[in-house]
Design a protein. Structure first.
Length: 170
């Protein structure tokens, strides 16, 4: 009987080691940062060092770390004014321990986060955080300058015609 209990404890300990939490980060204004100029334009500033370190710490502790972004996967050359890295470029450039990148193509992330079994999500968009919380997912609102999330989204929307024309030529 003692041997059975010892083996059972060993089995449970191995199972605990196999379980890993899944943590997700939004990309824009969460892993990379932007700033609004006086003229209202939004420019890329660089990595969000605090969140990048957090992602590295979570991965070093044995957790799975992923990106879930509302971006669309880039299928063309970047526009000349877009000097921010793509998620894949940032993974290499900042040595991020990101295992996978998920694109929601503008859709809300809560369904994808649930589907992936995410334990905790970091995002700069208040509505994304509220929806994750409502879905039972722990979520953290990343503080950013007021209105920058919408300004960044609008910058890309304002350039859609230019982006589509550029894509057709490529």
């Amino acid at each position: 009987m003692k041997l059975i209990l010892e083996n059972w404890r060993k089995y449970l300990k191995e199972e605990d080691n196999l379980e890993q939490n899944i943590y997700s980060f939004d990309f824009d204004n969460t892993l990379i940062r932007y700033h609004t100029l006086e003229d209202g334009d939004v420019i890329y500033l660089g990595p969000h060092e605090e969140n990048i370190q957090l992602a590295k710490d979570l991965a070093a502790a044995g957790n799975k770390v992923i990106i879930v972004t509302s971006r669309s996967k880039l299928k063309r050359k970047k526009m000349p004014w877009d000097n921010a890295p793509t998620p894949e470029e940032a993974i290499v450039e900042f040595d991020l321990p990101i295992e996978e990148v998920y694109y929601t193509f503008g859709d809300f992330k809560d369904a994808k986060l649930l589907d992936l079994g995410v334990a905790k999500h970091w995002d700069d968009d208040e509505e994304e955080v509220e929806r994750a919380l409502a879905a039972g997912i722990e979520a953290v609102l990343v503080p950013v300058e007021e209105g920058i999330t919408d300004r960044l989204r609008n910058k890309f929307i304002d350039h859609l015609d230019e982006i589509e024309k550029h894509s057709i030529r490529d």
